[in-house]
Design a protein around this ligand. Structure first.
Ligand code: CP
Length: 303
């Protein structure tokens, strides 16, 4: 039995197979419509979500399976003091696979250690968000035809943004990647990540102004400033609108640069950018369903 806690839990060969399967599911949806008949997915979300929870549920329904779960810790017995370890033992009696989001780093890993069904980390605090990374990689591979040889700009809250941490870890395994980290000093990418890049001799630079690096970028990954992870409101208010991507700032970008964002968006991408052919963030949401379909089928050993 396998779990998914981190994007590195799968080799690049396994990821290639997963993405091939996701692309086939996209092209041939009816072929997979009964694959998970009789199987149940539990979505255990202790933290708010729109995309991740609903795309997991949509993925399981597309595969002919069914879904149970909770979308709020307050409506589960966590509010009475039940531990994650006990909850997953209970969920293991009800479902065949579980997607869990939790505000505490490592909570899905604790659940996996006690589980008799596959557990998928659907985001743990400021740590990791592996299925968002699978979504990001599938989007890049599908729209660009490759996963290597890119200058990747990551912009915004690089300190608390778990999608950023997971994506960097995943991209370093491909050839010819170099990173430009664009953030205010207070929201810099954590030291453990830059130390790891130094060890691997992966090139990166850190800048404050998006305009300074825009012409160099093949991929621009925008992120929201994570209000829920700030210790005080004053710092959040000071930093929340530090970056606003608009048409004028895009005027120096490459014609074929992809603009990605895990969403939700607040102000960091102006709505006027949505019609730009480079804006890929809503396509990204759609790819999230296909990759979660492929992941569920793979972890349930049905393909
Ligand atoms: N990208 C993402 O994790 O969105 P949700 O918080 O809506 O699930």
């Amino acid at each position: 039995m396998r779990h998914l806690m981190n994007p590195l839990d799968m080799t690049t060969e396994e990821l290639d197979r997963l993405f091939d399967l996701a692309n086939d599911m996209e092209q041939n949806m009816p072929k997979y419509a009964h694959l998970c008949e009789g199987k149940k997915l539990a979505t255990c979300f202790y933290e708010p979500s729109t995309r991740t929870r609903l795309s997991f549920e949509s993925a399981m329904l597309n595969l002919g399976g069914s879904v149970i779960g909770f979308s709020d810790a307050g409506s589960s017995s966590a509010s009475k003091g039940e531990s994650v370890s006990d909850t997953i033992r209970v969920i293991s009696c009800f479902a065949d696979i579980c997607a869990m989001r939790h505000p505490k780093e490592g909570a899905p890993m604790v659940a996996a250690s006690k589980s008799t069904i596959p557990v998928i980390n659907a985001g743990d605090g400021g740590h990791q968000h592996p299925t968002q990374t699978l979504t990001d990689l599938l989007t890049i591979r599908s729209l660009k035809g490759r996963l290597g040889n890119f200058t990747v700009g990551l912009c915004g809250d690089l300190k608390f943004g778990r999608t950023v941490h997971s994506l960097i870890e995943a991209l370093v395994r491909y050839e010819g990647i170099n990173f430009i980290f664009i953030s205010p000093p207070e929201l810099k990418v954590p030291d453990y990540i830059t130390e790891h890049l130094n060890e691997l001799q992966i090139p990166y630079k850190e800048v404050i102004k998006l305009e300074d690096c825009m012409p160099d970028l093949d991929l621009l990954y925008m992120t929201r400033v994570q209000r829920e992870r700030f210790f005080n409101e004053e710092d959040y208010v000071r930093l929340k609108d530090f970056y606003i991507l608009n048409k004028q700032k895009l005027s120096t970008a490459k014609e074929d640069m992809l603009i990605l964002h895990p969403l939700p968006r607040v102000n960091e991408i102006s709505v006027e950018v949505d019609d730009d052919p480079r804006a890929a963030y809503f396509k990204q949401v759609q790819y999230g369903v296909y990759v979660r379909m492929a992941l569920i089928a793979t972890l349930l050993e049905l393909v």
